[in-house]
Design a protein around this ligand. Sequence first.
Ligand SMILES: [Zn+2]
Length: 148
Amino acid sequence: MIKPIVTNIKELKLPNFAWEFLPSENIIELLDDLDFTLSNNGKGVGLAAPQIGIHFKVAIVRSLVGNIYLINPKIIEKNNKKVCVEGCLSLPGIQLAVDRWNYIKFENYTKEGKLEIKEADGVFAEIIQHELDHCNGILITDRKHSRR
Ligand SMILES: [Zn+2]
């Protein structure tokens, strides 16, 4: 289902729960909602559950090889700082220079509930950090680059 995108900053900064793989919980439905809602918002390359009002650490990212699902993602290694200009579907009309890492290694769960370790660099790493931040209630306004 296509869901409305949350633009209320207070709501976006609420704490989010780790997804628990219980038999009663349907991760597929949430991932589909994220997928449809993202497709409905042409410019976006990623979307996190808190942006559709679901307070779990779950997000999707578009890639050349299909959707990447982020479930309880956590950065375990990072390298080479850089500054990126980013926008956000939840902050329409705003573009900001933000601090990012060019390389990250992160823990993540597959939609089947299996723990995996993944790596990313370049623009792909940037998008993953943006969505991972949403999972932790962090917005680009909190990562604003300040010149020395
Ligand atoms: Zn965003």
